[in-house]
Design a binder for this molecule. Structure first.
Ligand SMILES: Nc1ncnc2c1ncn2[C@@H]1O[C@H](COP(=O)(O)OP(=O)(O)OP(=O)(O)O)[C@@H](O)[C@H]1O
Ligand SMILES: [Mg+2]
Length: 437
């Protein structure tokens, strides 16, 4: 055997203690091969001990002559933690139809490709983009040599800066936790120089700004062929302008899946309890397949009495649930101020109207009405029906708009827009109708 690294004290760097034929043939073989390649001297009893020799004293001597110090254990643990933390992500329980969506996207067709593929997933808050992206990651990560899921890029950037997201990419893909960067442009340079070393799966979740895209995944050329880059975003135009290959628009859950998700949260089972069935149907219809809302309202009713169910159903339509509103609000807050105004105008007065008619009326106060309607569509705040071009809005988004109008001033007569007919009449009676925004 060649001389160990410290000839005066150690014959071996490592003493490996193991038992059993099963690990001897698989794990231990791999481990020793790796030790050999890295020049680590390891004691292995089946090779090192001559047959028939007294085992105990010899083993005892080998242990004494091995380094197998706590810092090695620490390093091994660190490596194991690295491997584990690069494994599947934690996704929420009680997922409904997520696997179907993953299958529908069929992203496995990109594995082993000679191109880099960039895919976008878009939709408004709480519709399930992150959940779907995590499920995709979990179903695909084993096909890639390097992988990284950057959760909530927008939030991390706001709190800790874009360099934090870049360092996360280095740690996960290049395995270099120690690599320090002092600016975003320096980080981008490292990505350009080093990310192309192997095919990777990179998910950039909730991007909301071109600067993030340019700093983290500016061009397919930065990556090795066979890499798959997935973005999730609320704004479809952001993804379009980044020239992603495909954009998947999140759809709301269909009625039966929505009922299942609601029931799992409200009753702990896949179908509603018969006693509450009618209420469950009505609530699910009102929530229009929005996963977050189905989950939040379902949970809030778990184990509650019929009285509470009744009042929740009444309240839902007049006083939107604050947890849901808080989650939806970023979709509105991210808009420019003239876009916000037009969104509120449309929510108040043009839902169910023809898009061109709405645009022609709104053009009197804003000449970019048509362009702004497109922005609102790209942010999933309104949809335009393909058959008759009528403007549509998710019930919860409309509730949010109503809340925003109401919160400006708490007396209906002082609202910037008129909404609920009974309050409209009250205001008229008090002679307090305002005009304009
Ligand atoms: N198909 C589903 N089945 C069950 N629960 C779901 C499903 N999709 C989403 N959810 C749940 O709904 C909530 C919102 O989902 P998620 O965070 O993925 O939405 P998002 O589109 O990423 O929202 P945001 O734009 O605010 O980041 C989460 O609690 C998630 O667990
Ligand atoms: Mg998300």
């Amino acid at each position: 055997m060649a001389a160990p690294s410290d000839p005066h004290r150690w014959r071996y760097d490592v003493f490996v203690s193991f038992r059993g034929e099963d690990i001897r043939k698989s794990f231990i073989d791999h481990l020793f091969n790796d030790f050999k390649q890295k020049g680590i001297y390891a004691f292995r009893d089946d090779n090192e001990l001559p047959k028939g020799e007294e085992i105990s004293p010899r083993l005892y001597k080998a242990i004494e002559e091995s380094r197998y110090e706590s810092k090695f254990i620490g390093n091994i643990s660190k490596e194991i933690v690295k491997v584990i933390s690069n494994g599947p992500l934690d996704v929420a329980e009680n997922l409904v139809s997520v696997d179907d969506r993953v299958r529908e996207l069929n992203l496995l067709r990109f594995v082993g490709s000679d191109k880099v593929h960039m895919i976008g997933i878009c939709g408004f808050s709480g519709i399930g983009k992150t959940t779907l992206a995590k499920a995709i990651y979990n179903s695909m990560y084993t096909y890639f040599e390097g992988r990284c899921f950057c959760d909530d890029v927008q939030g991390v950037t706001k709190r800790q800066g874009l360099t934090q997201v870049q360092m996360q990419m280095f740690a996960k893909i290049l395995k270099t936790e120690t690599l320090q960067i002092s600016s975003v442009s320096e980080g981008t340079k490292v990505i350009k120089q080093r990310m192309a070393c192997k095919p990777i799966l990179l998910v950039l979740d909730d991007v909301n700004d071109l600067e993030q895209l340019e700093a983290l995944a500016g061009s397919p050329d930065w990556f090795s062929p066979g890499s798959l880059i997935i973005f999730t975003a609320k704004d479809k135009q952001l993804l379009r302008s980044h020239k992603v290959d495909e954009i998947y628009e999140m759809k709301i859950l269909d009625y039966y899946n929505a009922l299942e998700l609601f029931s799992l949260n409200a009753f702990g089972k896949r179908h509603p309890t018969e006693y509450f069935e009618e209420f469950a149907f009505q609530i699910v219809r009102y929530l229009q397949g929005h996963p977050l809302a189905l989950k939040v309202i379902g949970r809030s009713l778990y184990g509650k009495s019929m009285e509470v169910w009744k009042s929740e159903l009444d309240r839902l339509q007049t006083y939107p649930n604050p947890n849901i509103q808080q989650k939806l609000r970023p979709s509105f807050d991210g808009l420019a101020s003239d876009h916000k105004r037009m969104f509120l105008d449309i929510a108040c007065a043009f839902i169910g109207e023809n898009k061109d008619f709405a645009a022609s009326v709104l053009a009197s106060s804003n000449c970019s009405a048509n362009a702004i309607i497109e922005v609102l569509v790209d942010n999933s705040l309104i949809t335009v029906s393909a058959t008759n071009m009528f403007l549509q809005m998710h019930e919860l988004i409309q509730s949010m708009a109503r809340e925003i109008v109401c919160e400006k001033v708490d007396m209906p007569g002082n609202w910037s827009r008129m909404w609920i007919s009974s309050e409209f009449h009250d205001s008229l009676n008090e002679n307090k109708v305002l005009s304009g925004t």
